[in-house]
Design a protein around this ligand. Structure first.
Ligand code: NAP
Length: 282
């Protein structure tokens, strides 16, 4: 029987760090860090994430404003809002919740975010820095995942890591961060052949597919670390990609959903906002 990786507990240490930073800087900067979140549409998983981010930000003493647009909003309206936020001195971080509606040119909208406020590392400049190993905002979900893996105490170096999913916001960046830590990384996707076989050899398995219960015990190597990134709303409940009860029987460490990756991701978002704030008020 493996152990649950308690994302909530791991996030707690970071939350204390953030609280302290906000308190210490309040008198110096005459303001608190501010995060602006832009969301378009009403995707269940996204709404859950945005609601939690705002609640947590305010709980930790940051200011957070959500700009929630309906599905039929024009791309121009969203861009206008981004441009306004770019020039507002009291806004430190801008988070654009993805995905945007199908008729949006997502890359173009992202390109409008000021790189210095791009706390989720979505812009080309930040992506370039990230994949070149330069200092930059590390995308929040992969940054959180690395903290969860580190919390197990397992040395990543030389481990066989398999990432299922190749999105720009999760799959590719987590693969890069694992590679940076000297894991041997395989990235899988919907066209991968023998997926089960590849996954069942992974010492570290990261599932970022978005299909509830996709990864069952047959995909898992005994003693593995299993990170479930999936968050799909089913009948009002958040579900991961991994069959948790089966995974915990076979793996050494497994993240739950909710209370795993999501719990740490939100905290990383606020950590990045604080880093942007510190640069701003320095
Ligand atoms: P995405 O852009 O839809 O990517 C999903 C990936 O899964 C794609 O690369 C896709 O392959 C792959 N895939 C789909 N079906 C597959 C199959 N049968 N076999 C193997 N691979 C398959 O999703 P995402 O944005 O990366 O998000 C993934 C999940 O994580 C979602 O549930 C999302 O809500 C969740 N998420 C959670 C957090 C958090 O903080 N907890 C943050 C971000 C996302 P192709 O590329 O070939 O299509």
């Amino acid at each position: 029987m493996g152990k649950k990786i308690e994302g909530k507990l791991i996030a707690e240490a970071f939350k204390n760090e953030i609280r302290e930073l906000v308190t210490c800087n309040k008198s110096k900067a005459y303001r608190v860090p501010k995060l602006a979140i832009i969301m378009v549409g009403s995707d269940g998983g996204s709404s859950f994430y945005v609601r939690n981010a705002k609640k947590l930000a305010e709980n930790l003493g940051l200011s957070c404003e959500v700009f929630h647009f309906q599905d039929d909003t024009s791309e121009e309206s969203v861009i206008d809002t981004i441009e306004d936020l770019n020039i507002k001195e009291d806004v430190d971080g801008i988070m654009l919740q993805l995905p945007l509606p199908d008729d949006f040119n997502e890359k173009y909208v992202i390109s409008k975010i000021d790189c210095e406020k791009d706390i989720d590392g979505l812009t080309y400049k930040n992506i370039g820095k990230f994949y070149s190993g330069e200092k930059c905002f590390i995308p929040c979900t992969p940054k959180g995942i690395m903290e969860l893996i580190k919390s197990t105490g397992v040395d990543i170096k030389g481990k066989n890591a398999v990432v299922v999913g190749r999105s720009n916001i999760v799959g590719k960046p987590i693969a890069q961060l694992l590679l940076d830590q000297n894991a041997t990384v395989t990235i899988c996707h919907s066209k991968t052949e023998d997926l089960k076989k590849i996954c069942s050899k992974a010492d570290i398995l990261v599932a970022a597919v978005g299909k509830p219960d996709f990864i069952d015990e047959n995909f898992i190597k005994s003693g593995a670390i299993v990170i479930d990134v999936g968050t799909t709303m089913v009948d009002g409940k958040l579900r991961g990609d991994v069959v948790f009860n089966e995974a915990i029987e076979k793996a050494e460490f497994v993240t739950p959903v909710p209370g795993g990756v999501g719990a740490v991701t939100t905290t990383m978002l606020l950590k990045n906002t604080c880093e942007a704030f510190e640069k701003n008020v320095r």
